[in-house]
Design a binder for this molecule. Sequence first.
Ligand SMILES: Nc1ncnc2c1ncn2[C@@H]1O[C@H](COP(=O)(O)OP(=O)(O)O)[C@@H](O)[C@H]1O
Ligand SMILES: [Mg+2]
Length: 253
Amino acid sequence: MGRVIAVANQKGGVGKTTTAINLAAALAQEKRKVLLIDADPQGNATSGSGIQRSNDRKNLYHALITGEPVRDLVLPTEIPTMWVLPSDKNLAGVEIELSEAENRATILRGLVSEIKDYFHFIIVDCPPSLGILTVNGLTAADSILVPVQCEYFALEGVTELFETLTRLKRELNPSLAIEGLLLTMYDERTNLSTAVAKDLRDFYGTQVFKTVIPRNVRLAEAPSFGKPILQYDPRSRGADAYIQLAKEVISHG
Ligand SMILES: Nc1ncnc2c1ncn2[C@@H]1O[C@H](COP(=O)(O)OP(=O)(O)O)[C@@H](O)[C@H]1O
Ligand SMILES: [Mg+2]
């Protein structure tokens, strides 16, 4: 049975999509079958995985709204054991179209349960909000991975997220685990990065991944070539870090 990991943080620009793409690719390189679900209408996980934009292709929107089976929508990538369930701008409509639906929080869980046996890992890239799409991701997930950018107020953001998680667990998904907090865009030369890292480890202890993702320009360049870092520059520090992260995730069992 596959493990479903939601990559979520209500803040934008903290490294969710970068982590979703590159963790998925690194797990695939470790011989795991991986599905990356793009749950953000911006579609950056889709394009960053090398899937061309297309206006007439069905995507996660159709799975959520018209019940298209996920297995008919997933697309292969250049990596043999990595697939993508794409998103598109229309996915933004879900927030309104499902706002009155009684099952609005649990639709993705139902869809994922049909394909869970086929993959070792299902990674969900959530949008930067705590709206219906993110709630669906967290309700479908076995665990949440929280990228935390090394910047001021990072800790406040995490505290806020954990309050929401407490409520979500009570109401929708009691078994949701913390896969880990992941320090991203870490720059060991700045006092800010080391201070944020220390605060986070003091506060959350072993819930923080040992792996730290460095600020690495190659990670920022890769999406414009439609390639995960392991394809774009396998020797970069960014590639190294995501392989380490994949190993740590696998070791959680
Ligand atoms: N470790 C990193 N080093 C350098 N740039 C990064 C790193 N992680 C993310 N970025 C860049 O920062 C921006 C925001 O990252 P992204 O993954 O899209 O965040 P989110 O999905 O949380 O909004 C993007 O331009 C991305 O390329
Ligand atoms: Mg994103």
